[in-house]
Design a protein around this ligand. Structure first.
Ligand code: ADE
Length: 244
């Protein structure tokens, strides 16, 4: 999958895409991330990319011309791939949107800055707007990193265990239960015996119940839309009877 990222600050991305899983995925050509400096597409001696808002209002607005020039010179006009603007006004990113985006072989991301981007970019260049949450950051770069990380790990081959994304918190609409590794006892705190028992049917049942318990305790709202069996529902009912 290819990601074209349009930004005024390409240096911010160094490190994030050059370490660990994303580094390996790039080396294996499973993902291809290209950074484009919008300033390179601004005309004039000073390569101006922002300007005062018409009719005042404070802050600066990103000019449309360099953004259109950057995106169209890389992707053609009009671009044939989703062009996503990162903005706190977009639809709120979640695991479902990550899966949706991972279906595309190629997407483009535009990182907004300052007070925002000229409305004509939103109206005539972008095909989607995404927010990473209901808070305001200084720009769209960190949101773009988060989106790329969440989407890239869903690409087959990027994670060591091909089943891993299906087991994630949120993938099934539930939070994952607890994880343990060696040693079996640490400072007197024991890993649950069941996990060391080798009884896979019992372990699967325990994992499912701990996932339901954790979701019930921390994110009961997720239970309204999760895919639950009759047995799951019975277990949740039993949790409701227990004192916290
Ligand atoms: N730019 C600034 N804040 C943002 C947010 N919450 N999501 C996406 N882009 C942003």
């Amino acid at each position: 999958m290819r990601f074209d990222i349009f930004t005024l600050f390409p240096e911010i991305f160094a490190g994030v895409f050059d370490e660990s899983i994303l580094k390996r995925a790039r080396a294996a050509n499973l993902i291809d991330i290209a950074l484009h400096d919008i300033r390179d597409y601004a005309i004039g001696k000073h390569h101006v990319t922002d300007d005062y808002p018409y009719a005042g209002g404070g802050g600066m607005v990103m000019k449309p011309e360099p953004i259109f020039a950057a995106v169209e010179s890389i992707l053609g006009a009009p671009p044939q791939v989703p062009v996503i603007l990162l903005t706190p006004q977009g639809r709120v990113f979640d695991q479902k949107i990550a899966y949706e985006l991972a279906q595309h072989p190629h997407i483009a991301l535009i990182c907004g800055h300052y007070e925002g981007v000229d409305e004509r970019v939103r109206e005539h260049l972008t095909t989607d707007e995404i927010s990473i949450g209901d808070y305001v950051l200084t720009g769209g770069e960190i949101p773009a990193m988060i989106l790329v990380d969440a989407v890239a790990r869903l690409i087959p081959g990027v994670l060591g265990d091909p089943a891993a994304p299906r087991k994630d918190s949120h993938a099934s609409g539930l939070l994952e239960g607890p994880h343990y590794t060696r040693p079996p006892e640490f400072r007197g705190w024991k890993a649950p015996d069941i996990l060391l028992s080798g009884n896979h049917a019992q372990i699967d049942k325990w994992r499912r119940q701990e996932s339901l318990r954790r979701t019930f305790e921390r994110r009961p709202d997720l239970l309204d839309t999760a895919d639950l069996s009759d047995e799951d529902r019975e277990f949740i009912e039993s949790l409701k009877q227990q004192p916290f």
